[in-house]
Design a protein around this ligand. Structure first.
Ligand code: SF4
Length: 239
């Protein structure tokens, strides 16, 4: 941490404090990593400063190859394995048989149905048995996320939700990544501010809403994958 500029050091220290307080308050805490830029920072903070928090991510089966390469680079950097949850194969087969391999494009309900099978179900297995889960959402990412609290009860999933990156700016995230020379998703360099499943993520033009590259065929207020509610009152997104 000593290599960080003072303001960034203070920002990181505040997040570390929140993470440690979460462990002290809740005991069993997990971190659901989106593998986005914020996640590189948060994973570094957790694995180097807040041991005791279990980290996992979800391989939906529709990820970019670059995402899987990133997992390998992360594991090499930290010398440890990242727990990966995959969707139930029979549930995916059944959903695809009913809706088609890209059936999520038919409408918001179909897209949410695909996210439920490929993301929410493995996510719920990932958080099972934990008292709190950590997410890397930032307030400036969307109006929905700006409403989040640093620590709040997640009624839908039945555990506390901890968001220690809320105050971070995009510039701070990238400054941390550069100073610490962290691995990061190669598609960020190709105009992808937010990266999820390949068919549902695309590059955006400079200055555009970062989340406009996700599910771009839907209304603005529908674009969360189910892990972060509020706009629709209660559902949860890794990224
Ligand atoms: Fe399915 Fe797209 Fe959701 Fe991935 S982001 S789970 S492909 S609808």
């Amino acid at each position: 941490m000593s290599e960080l500029p003072q303001a960034l050091h203070d920002r990181a220290s505040d997040s570390i404090r929140q993470l440690r307080e979460a462990v002290a308050a809740h005991g069993k805490v997990c971190y659901a990593s989106s593998l986005g830029a914020e996640s590189m920072v948060l994973m570094d903070l957790v694995w180097t400063q807040a041991p005791g928090i279990d980290v996992f991510t979800i391989d939906t089966g529709r990820l970019y190859p670059e995402t899987l390469d990133l997992v390998e680079r992360i594991e090499r950097r930290y010398g440890r394995s990242l727990k990966i949850y995959s969707p139930d194969a029979r549930a995916v087969e059944s959903w695809v048989a009913q809706h088609g391999i890209n059936g999520f494009r038919a409408g918001t309900d179909e897209r949410r149905g695909c996210c439920a099978v490929r993301k929410l179900e493995p996510f719920r297995r990932g958080i099972a048995g934990y008292a709190a889960w950590v997410t890397g959402i930032r307030a400036e990412q969307s109006e929905v996320r700006a409403l989040a609290q640093a620590s709040e009860w997640d009624a839908q999933n039945g555990l506390y939700k901890i968001s220690p990156m809320l105050a971070w700016t995009d510039a701070e995230v990238w400054q941390y990544i550069r100073v610490k020379r962290l691995p990061y998703h190669r598609l960020h360099d190709a105009g992808f501010p937010s990266i999820g499943c390949a068919p549902c993520t695309r590059a955006v033009t400079a200055g555009a809403d970062p989340r406009s590259g996700r599910w771009w065929w839907e209304r603005d207020d529908a674009r969360e994958c189910g892990l972060h509610p509020r706009a629709r009152r209660a559902v949860t997104s890794l990224g």
